[in-house]
Design a protein. Sequence first.
Length: 368
Amino acid sequence: MEFNQTLLQYYNKDMVKALSKGIHRISRDLEKVKIMHVCGTHEHEIAKFGIRQLLPDSIHIVPGPGCPVCICPVELIDQAITLAYQDNITVLTFGDMLRVPATRESLDDARKNGASVNMVYGPMDAIKIATSNPDKQYVFFSIGFETTASGVAGIIKNGVPKNLFFLIANRYMPPVLELLMDIHEESIQGFLLAGHAVTVTGIHAYDFMEQEYQLPCVVSGFEPVDILGSVLNLLQQIKNKQATVVNLYKRIVNDNGNEIMLKMMDAVFDLVPGIWRGIDNIDGTAYQLKPEFEFLDAARQFDATPPFESRAHPPGCRCHRIMLGEQDPTDCKMFKTKCSPENPYGPCMVSHEGTCNSWFVNAGEIEL
């Protein structure tokens, strides 16, 4: 009860109104401001609660590549499907991943066509299933950012059943901000950082934004007061020509991150160049099993090569442009015509963290 009461303050209408007024007030001293977030949950909440409607026209919040299933390389989805069709191999993955369109079909389509694919809620479920069925081979298809990667690192470090292997599609966010700055020709004036991911990395993973780009970043929670408060902090920094990484999610995030999980991740993974679907091959962003754990790599232990060439996006899909903040979902001809949550044409429509899905489903407004 105490926790619920504490959480409710972050939805308080009076606080929302006061923050909105503060943003409008400070915006009078600024020209147009472009702020980018890199978190699918942030976009979902911004759309759900109508946050953009509470901002002046001169303040723009642009969604970036923060949806895990959206940026997952199609090559790895095709590999997972190829593995799932093989005898005695079952692919285990998260529910959102099942419906993501790949080159020829999704994992869910493959399952309907006879492939062995099961949904799990996390890597611990994969451990339990593999332990209970020692005569079968299992592949955990791991997606997500630092939070999921840390959990996978933990179970691998502690030992896994001999019949459980991994297809790792996890990605590390900080270096992507540099690419986004280049793409937007440094027109981005501040970043909202995802509170849950920074819970693992800590804020210092983003110090380079302050040191090299002189750009403010704010670690934000996910409730309306969190988001509006973070936007206000960014605008204050921009007005005062400051550029610091500020943690406004202190109820959850330690500035130094989770040092235990960071050590586990360093022990299990190397960071190597990695493909972000339809975007680029970005240095230092892909988690790869270290040589001593390569025996767990499903792509090394089995033939995971699909019998066709992978294709990043279907014709006409604008997901890659939307994830980069270059276009809105409404700029795509497929949006609400050929592409919907029930029948996703591109990856951004599948998950509630996808920008297209959030814009399709949510038309929220906060009545003031």
